[in-house]
Design a protein. Sequence first.
Length: 334
Amino acid sequence: MSMIWSFVQDQLLGMKWLNALIGRLLTALSIDTATRLGGSIQFFLYDVIKITILLCVLIFLISYIQSYFPPERSKRLLGRFHGLGANLFAALLGTVTPFCSCSSIPLFIGFTSAGLPLGVTFSFLISSPMVDLGSLLLLTGIFGWQIAAAYTVVGLAVAVAGGRLIEALHLEDQVEPFIRAARAADLDAPTLTQPQRLTYAREQMVSTFRKVFPYILVGVGIGAVIHNWIPESWITTILGSRNPLGVVLAVAVGVPMYADIFGTIPVAEALLAKGAQLGTVLSFMMAVTTLSLPSLVMLRKAVRPKLLGIFIAICTAGIILVGYLFNLFAFLFI
C-alpha cells in the first residue's frame, strides 16, 4: 500500500518523471542543469508544466463537482445548520469554490444578502481562498500528505474560529446597508444535464486558467530565483529558526502580494528547500491567499471599516499563531 501511495504522490501528483525528462532534454541541448542558470531553467520549466497540468485537471474536476452546488442550493444547505456546525459546514463548502479570494467575495455578499448569519458567511470567506481541494492535492504532490492534511486542518480551524468570533461580537450593523437591505430571490437553479455540467467545467477551467496562469509564471519565476540564486544562509537567517520574528515577517510580506494557491506554492517550495521553517512558509501561503490587497478592497465595498479591520486582525492573528505552532511542533518532534 505504501508503494502505491508513494507512486501516486511522487509520479502522478509530484510528476518526478517530468523533472527527469526535462533534465535529459536540457542536457541534450548542452545546458548544464548543475549550474545556477541551468538549474533555474529546469526548475522553471518543470514547475510551470507540472502546475499547469494539475491546475487544468483539478479545476475541471472541482468545477464539475461545483455544478451540483449553485449559490441557491448552497444557501439552502447553509440555512439548515446552526451554531458551530454551521461555521464548519460553511468552511467545508469553501473548499469547493473558486481559488482566489476575489472570486469568493461575490458569493459572500450573496450569502449575507440572503440573511445567513454573519459569522457563518465569514467562515466561508476565510476558508474559500485558503483551503480548496486543488491545493490539497497539489500540496500532497509537493510536500507530502502529512503537510497537506495539516495545512487543510489548520486552515479550516482558522475559518471556523474566525467566523465564531465575528458572530460573538454581533457586528451585523457593520455590513453596508445596501447588502442588508437586499434579499436575493430564492429561485431554484435549473437542473443541468451531464453535457451541460461538462461544458460548465470546461468553461470554468479555461476561464480560471487564463486568470491564474500569469501568477503561476511569476510565482515559479520567483521560486526559481530563490531556489538557485539566493544563498541558503540568507533564507535561514531571515525565515529560519534563528529569527523569532520570521513568521511575522512572512505574513507582512505575503499580505501585499496577490496570488492564489497555485502561484504561491512554487515560492513556498523554494523557501522550504532553502531552509525556511515549515510554519513560516505555511503562514506566508495563508497570508497571500487570504489577505490579498485586491480582495480587501472588494470586501470594503460590502462591510464597514470596523468589521474589515476585525476580519484582518482575526485572520492575521490566526495565521501567525498557526505559523508559530507549526514551528514549535517541527522543533519538538522533527
